[in-house]
Design a protein around this ligand. Structure first.
Ligand SMILES: Cc1cc2nc3c(=O)[nH]c(=O)nc-3n(C[C@H](O)[C@H](O)[C@H](O)COP(=O)(O)OP(=O)(O)OC[C@H]3O[C@@H](n4cnc5c(N)ncnc54)[C@H](O)[C@@H]3O)c2cc1C
Length: 481
C-alpha cells in the first residue's frame, strides 16, 4: 500500500527521523484498550510522528494523493477501537505535537498543541496557579486532542462540564491537507456561523486531525472536601444528589457506584488494614462527592451536605474515601494491582457506556444484571458519572469482565454491548457517552440516529472527500451487525 516512492516523498516532506517502519514500532500502534481477542493486531504500514501542523498537513496531502488510510493515534487508552489502524496505512502518532503555545492568564485561556497529555498540560498550568479541570482517569497517557475526539468524561464534569464547555477554537488538518482554524477565538460564546469546532467533539478523527486548541481554564481552588455516603438503592443516591444540587451547593464531583463497585473499595480496605470496614449489609450504592473552593466554603458545603443526606450513611473509614480518590488520580487503587476478584490488568474489562434519562437509571441497573447474566458475563459494576454543570447528567459505565482468550468470547461481549445499547435507546437514552462509536457501534448506531446518519456521512465527505481519515470508523462495525 505504501511503495518506496511514496515513502521517499514523505521523507522529503517531514524528514526520515519522523517515520518508522520497523515491525516493533508498527506493533506498538496495533491495539488500544478496546476488548479484542488477545492475539488480534492490526498493523499500520508506517508510523509518522509530526511536530507541527504544517508537517501534519504535508502527511495528509501525500495520504490523500495516494488514498492511504490515516489513523490519528494518541495515548492508545481508548476503549472503542478508535485508534486501531484497522485498514493499515499510516498511523499518525500525535504525541509529537506537545508544546504549550500560550497561557493567557488575563483571559483564562490556554492555547496548546493537541498531542500533549492532559496531565502534562496541567503541570504547566499549575506553575501559574491555573488548571484545566478536565480530568479523565487516564490523564497520564491520554491527550487533549483525544479528550475532544472521544468527548471524554471527567471526574469534575458536574461542576465544569466537558469539552463542549471548554473548547473555544481549534486548528485542524482536513482530509485534503488543508489547515483550518475553527471556533470563536477566545470568546466564551457566539451566535455567528455554525459551531464547526463542536463537530470535532466526539468525531474520533473522522473529520480532521486536531493539531491545536484553545481552552477555557480556571484558577486552582484553595481546597477540597471529599466524602462518601451509603444508600439503600441507586435511586436513593440519585435523589440525595438531586437534593444537594437543589439546595444551591456547588458539587465538584459526584460518582454513584453500585454494590459491586463498592466491593472494590471495601476489599482494598480489608487487604490493606486486615479488618472489616463498617459497611452495613443494606448498602446497595455509594455516592462519592467532593466540594472545592475557599476553605470556608468547602467546609460549609461538606457540613451542609451532612444535613441534607440524612437518608444516607456517611462512610466512616477515610481510607475508603482516599482509595476512591486515588483510583481517579493515580490508578494505584489496590484492586487495580491485586487479584480481587481479578486485577483489571490481569483480567480484561470492557463497558457499555450508556446515557440513561435520570428517572430510569434504577431500571437500567436491574436490566444490566439480567443482560450480563444472559450472556454469562461477570459484572464488574456500574458507575454513574455526572458530566454537565450543576445537574444530574448521567454518563454510566456498565462494566463487565471480558475473557479475551477466544474470538467467540469477545463477540459475546460485543453482543452484550449491543443488547445494552438497544436497552438504552428503548429508555430514550444514548448508546455511548464517553467511549464513542470507534469500530464497534458504526452502522448499528442507525437505531439511534436513523436517517441523520446519512447526513453525518455527507458532513464527513466535506471534510474528507476521499474518505482517508479513519475509513469505516463511526459508520461500520467490526463486531456488531
Ligand atoms: C485505565 C483507563 C482509565 C480511563 N479513564 C477514563 C475516564 O476517566 N474518562 C473517560 O472518558 N475515558 C477514560 N478512559 C478511556 C480513554 O482513556 C479515553 O477515551 C481517552 O480520551 C483516550 O485518549 P488517548 O490519548 O489514549 O486516545 P487514543 O486511544 O489514542 O485515541 C482515541 C480516539 O481519538 C482519536 N484522536 C486522538 N488524537 C486525535 C487528534 N489529535 N485529532 C483527531 N483525532 C484524534 C483517535 O483516532 C481515536 O479515535 C480510560 C481508559 C483507561 C484504559
Amino acid at each position: 500500500m505504501i511503495s518506496e516512492e511514496i515513502l521517499n516523498e514523505l521523507k522529503e516532506k517531514i524528514g526520515n527521523d519522523k517515520i518508522k517502519t520497523e515491525d516493533f514500532h508498527l506493533m506498538t500502534y496495533s491495539r488500544d484498550w478496546s476488548p479484542r481477542p488477545k492475539d488480534d493486531t492490526h498493523l499500520p504500514n508506517i508510523v509518522v510522528r509530526p511536530n507541527s501542523t504544517k508537517e501534519v498537513s504535508e502527511i495528509i496531502k501525500v495520504a490523500n494523493k495516494y488514498k492511504i488510510p490515516v489513523t490519528p493515534i494518541a495515548g492508545l487508552t481508548g476503549m472503542g477501537g478508535g485508534a486501531v489502524p484497522v485498514h493499515g496505512g499510516i498511523a499518525l502518532e500525535t504525541k509529537g505535537l506537545n508544546k504549550v503555545l500560550e497561557i493567557d492568564k488575563k483571559n483564562f485561556t490556554v492555547t496548546t498543541q493537541a498531542g500533549i497529555t492532559v496531565l502534562k498540560l496541567n503541570e504547566y498550568l499549575e506553575k501559574e496557579g491555573l488548571w484545566w479541570p478536565h480530568d479523565p482517569e487516564s490523564k497520564p497517557s491520554s491527550t487533549v486532542g483525544a479528550a475532544i475526539s472521544c468527548d471524554n468524561d471527567s471526574t469534575f464534569g458536574i461542576k465544569y462540564g466537558r469539552s463542549v464547555d471548554f473548547l473555544l477554537n481549534a486548528v485542524i488538518v482536513t482530509g485534503t491537507g488543508e489547515i483550518l482554524r475553527i471556533g470563536h477565538r477566545k470568546a466564551l460564546c457566539t451566535s455567528t456561523g455554525y459551531k464547526l469546532h463542536w463537530l470535532l467533539i466526539g468525531a474520533e478523527g473522522t473529520l480532521g486531525i486536531i493539531t491545536e486548541v484553545t481552552l477555557n481554564i480556571f484558577p486552582i481552588p484553595e481546597t477540597r472536601a471529599i466524602d462518601g455516603y451509603l444508600f439503600r438503592s441507586i435511586q436513593d443516591a440519585l435523589n440525595g444528589l438531586n437534593r444537594l444540587l437543589q439546595s444551591g451547593l456547588s458539587v465538584e464531583s459526584a460518582h454513584i457506584n453500585c454494590k459491586s463497585r463498592l466491593g472494590f473499595y471495601t476489599q482494598a480496605y480489608r487487604e490493606k488494614f486486615g479488618k472489616e470496614p463498617e459497611i452495613p449489609d443494606w448498602a446497595e450504592s455509594i455516592l462519592f462527592i467532593s466540594f472545592n473552593g475557599d476553605k470556608e466554603v468547602a467546609d460549609f458545603s461538606q457540613n451542609y451536605a451532612k444535613k441534607i443526606l440524612t437518608n444516607g450513611q456517611i462512610v466512616k473509614e477515610r481510607e475508603i474515601i482516599d482509595s476512591w480518590w486515588s483510583s481517579k488520580h493515580t490508578l494505584s487503587l489496590i484492586p487495580f494491582v491485586q487479584k480481587w476478584p481479578d486485577s483489571q490488568r490481569v483480567k480484561k474489562f470492557g463497558s457499555a457506556d450508556l446515557g440513561i434519562p435520570i428517572g430510569r437509571i434504577q431500571e437500567a441497573y436491574e436490566l444490566y444484571n439480567q443482560i450480563a447474566k444472559k450472556y454469562d458475563i461477570q459484572i464488574l459494576g456500574m458507575c454513574v458519572y455526572n458530566e454537565r454543570p450543576n445537574r444530574i447528567s448521567p454518563s454510566i459505565s456498565f462494566a463487565v469482565f471480558v475473557d479475551d482468550s477466544t474470538n467467540e468470547n469477545v463477540k459475546n461481549f460485543y453482543n452484550y454491548v449491543k443488547e445494552m445499547s438497544e436497552m438504552a435507546i428503548k429508555k430514550e437514552g444514548t448508546m455511548s457517552t464517553y467511549i464513542g462509536d470507534g469500530d464497534r457501534l458504526g452502522g448499528f448506531n442507525r437505531i439511534e440516529h436513523g436517517r441523520s446518519l446519512d447526513y453525518m456521512y455527507e458532513i464527513k465527505k466535506i471534510f474528507d472527500p476521499n474518505n482517508i481519515l479513519q475509513p469505516g470508523k463511526k459508520f461500520k462495525s467490526q463486531w456488531i451487525s
